[in-house]
Design a protein. Sequence first.
Length: 389
Amino acid sequence: MANASALPWIKEGEEIVAAPGIVDICWMSDDPLYARPSTDLYFEQDGGLESDYCKKDKKTGIQSYFRCQPCECDMKSIITLRHHCSGLQHINKTFKIIAAYKEKLKKDPQSKLKKDPEENNPEYDLYSVLDKQNKKIVGLRYITEFINPNGNKKPLYHCRLPLCQNAQGDAGHMSRHIFTVSHRAAWIQEDQKNDSLVKHEQVVSYVEEHFENLKEEYGQISQDESLENYSKIELKEFRRADKLPPIKRKAEEETVGGGGLGPLANLNIKRMKSDFDDDIAAPDQDDGQADVKQPLSEKEVERNFKWQIAHCVRSCLDTYYPGTEKYVQGNKALSKDDYSSLARQYINQFKKEIKTEYIARNGSIQGIALTPEWTVKVIASVTEALKNR
C-alpha cells in the first residue's frame, strides 16, 4: 500500500492541520484584476481535496495554492503541503497555536464551528458552485437538496449513494464530494452496475467517457423542505433520503423574479450560468439534431471581448514581470503593484478605444472581437510604453 504522505489528494476526514489560523487556501490568476478571499484549510479538509487541486485551470487561468501563515511559505501541491506540515520546524511553530485552540474548545465547544459568510444566503446553491467548475460530474440524481422552509438560509445537500457514507453539507462541501474518487467509484458501482473498476486511473478514465450534463441532470435531484431534516443536515446527523419529486428548473425561469416559484423562490436562477460559460466548450452531443446556439447577450459579448484584450495586454506585461515564465532578462522589471495598475490601465484604454471604433462602424457591439490588426496595435503600443518607462 502506498505511503499516506505520498497521496496526491486529501481523503475525506483526513486532518492536515489541527487548528484554524495555520494554513490558508489561496487563489491566483493570470488576470491581475482577479481577486478571491482565502479560506482556512482547517474548515475545508473534512470534505477532502482532489488530486488535481493546485493545478492551474487552462481555460480560466485560475490556480489554488496553500499558504502556511506561521512559516510564511507557499505550497502548490498536496504532497508538498503534507510533508511541510509533518516537518519539525512547522510543528514547533504551530505548537502554541494548536494548544491555544484546544484550550478554547474546552471552554467553548461551539467555537469549532466556522462562521460561515454564506450561512444566510439562500442563493448559495449546488448548481451555482458546480457550474463554475470545469470538471466532469456524475451521480447528481443521488443528491438531495434540503431547503430551509423559512427561506433565510443556504440549501444543504446529502448524497445517498451507499458507499458515500451519508456525505452531507453545504454546496461547497457537496461539490468537493462529487469530485472525489470515492463518490465517482460509488456511482459506477451503484448506477452503472460495474464493480470491476478499482484503481484511481480506471475510475477517472470511466468518468471522462460517461460524465453527465449539468443542466440536464440537475433537474433530476430531489428536494426536501422539512425543517426537521434541514436541522439534521446542519448537524451532519441525517441518515435517510427518500426519493422525492425532482426539481423542475426550466430555462424560461431564468428571467422570472419574485414569488410564484414555490421552492425555487429561494434559489438564484440567474446564477445557473457560469462566469466562464463561453470559455468552456460544451461536451459533444450526438442526438441527430443540429445544435442551435443562442446569440450572446451584450454583456457576454463585452465580457469575452475584454478577456481577449486582457490576454493580449498581459502577454506583453509578462515579459517585464519576473514572476512569470515569459520574463525577458534585461527588461526593466515591474513590481506586482505596477503590473496590476498597468494591466488595468491598458485593458480599459484599448477596450474603450476599439469598442468606440467598432460601434461607429457597425452600430452595436455584436460580433466585436480583437482582430489581428488590433492585436498588433495593442502589442506595439504596450511594448513601446514599457520600453519608455
